[in-house]
Design a protein around this ligand. Structure first.
Ligand SMILES: Cc1ncc(COP(=O)(O)O)c(C=O)c1O
Length: 387
């Protein structure tokens, strides 16, 4: 039995998306910038995808800039805003951002920008007061992740956004893990920039988008033919983007029923694994991505057992989960997200994440809990378990 529980890493393409992309590759392969029939047919496909992605977040079509993925959307948001300033300014990010935010922020810091990394509480929430207190006269952009990929916590964008926007400062959120799983309405969500990724919502890898609220100034990262309203030059990957568009439309249509199915399975698993003497849930259990479970090991568990150990053992049993900690040059690094939430180095090495999706069944959940419990019993001496 093979069970995939890593839907936050990537999702399989929806079969209808594969069929549609294959048809476009065969029939609508023109360059959308060309004025002839072939080009115009491809341009129509591209604009339909733009409307489908826009509809998912209730945005006007012209506010969607297609990119190669969530990473590029995040880079375009940070670096694109930064480039509009002749002199380095002040940027605020949270301390639990994806590396596609932390790395551009680090580069800006090297270029003379002041960067504040906002602390979070033990559940991964940014405090509105801390955000307010960290604003400076020269703060030009704040970026806070919407749904944290490693610990599942949903940030209260509704309460953070106005603190920033009321001062005329731009607010960006990385909504890559949220889009397609929870409703997003940029008409009411207080953000100026929002990142999306196709392959997290059953579309193909290699496409994403940045929502840019009309009137928001950005200077592009890629210069060339001026595609995507001059913000992202390069011939767009029309079949891939069309797949993204269809996936967004399907996600919007299925979100209501899929959401309920996922939270039921998620909460059943949480309530059963909560009794485990070895596992401690991480992140906020209520304000949480609907498909997301994450744990770290109890501090009494021997340090040799890490998240990576569990991922390997689960993989041998045919179940795909992921570990929170990253492996750099063969050395296992504690998760910086768990560290920011106050966990010790040992616990920050022990994080695991199980993320459910369209093909997850209640039987998968039952079997996964049985296997995980058996593996933990086998790896951890009884004396290490708390009562
Ligand atoms: C929260 C978050 N932001 C950004 C990304 C990067 O997206 P992409 O893989 O489309 O570049 C990911 C992917 O794991 C993510 O989880």
């Amino acid at each position: 039995m093979q069970i995939y529980l890593d839907y936050s890493a990537t999702t399989p393409c929806h079969p209808d998306v594969i069929t549609a992309m294959s048809r476009i590759w065969q029939e609508q392969w023109g360059n959308p910038s060309s004025l002839h029939e072939w080009g115009q047919r491809a341009a129509t496909v591209l604009e339909q995808a733009r409307m489908q992605v826009a509809d998912l977040i209730h945005a006007p079509a012209e506010s969607i800039i297609f990119t190669s993925g969530g990473t590029e959307a995040n880079n375009l948001a940070l670096m694109g805003v930064a480039r509009t300033f002749a002199q380095p300014q002040h940027l605020i990010i949270s301390s639990i951002e994806h590396s596609a935010i932390t790395e551009p922020a680090r580069l800006l810091e090297q270029q003379g920008w002041q960067v504040t990394r906002l602390p979070v509480d033990s559940q991964g929430h940014v405090s509105p007061i801390a955000l307010e207190n960290s604003l400076r006269n020269n703060t030009v952009l704040v970026s806070v992740i919407y749904g944290q990929s490693e610990v599942g916590t949903l940030q209260s964008i509704q309460s953070l956004g106005p603190i920033v926007q009321d001062r005329g400062i731009l607010f960006h959120t990385d909504a890559v893990q949220v889009a397609g799983r929870l409703p997003i309405d940029v008409q009411t969500l207080p953000v100026d920039l929002l990142s999306l990724s196709s392959h997290k919502l059953y579309g193909p890898q290699g496409a994403g988008a940045l929502y840019v609220r009309p009137g928001t100034a950005l200077i592009p990262l890629l210069l060339g033919g001026g595609q995507e309203q001059g913000l992202r030059s390069g011939t767009p990957a029309v079949p891939i983007i069309a797949g993204f568009g269809l996936a967004a439309e399907i996600a919007a249509a299925e979100m209501g029923s899929e959401y309920l199915r996922l939270i039921q399975m998620r909460d059943r698993m949480f309530s059963q694994l909560r009794d485990s003497p070895y596992l401690l849930p991480t992140g906020d259990l209520d304000q949480r991505l609907p498909h997301h479970l994450s744990f770290c090991l109890h501090p009494d568990v021997p340090a040799e057992v890490t998240g990576k150990t569990l991922v390997r053992q689960m993989n041998l049993a045919g179940i795909a989960i992921s570990a929170g900690s990253a492996c750099h040059s063969g050395k296992l690094e504690p998760s910086r997200v768990l560290k920011a939430m106050g966990y010790s180095n040992q616990q920050a090495l022990s994080g695991i994440r199980l993320t459910l999706g369209r093909y997850t069944t209640p039987a998968d959940i039952d079997w996964t809990m049985t296997v995980l419990t058996q593996i933990l019993h086998r790896l951890i001496p009884q004396s290490a378990a708390i009562a």
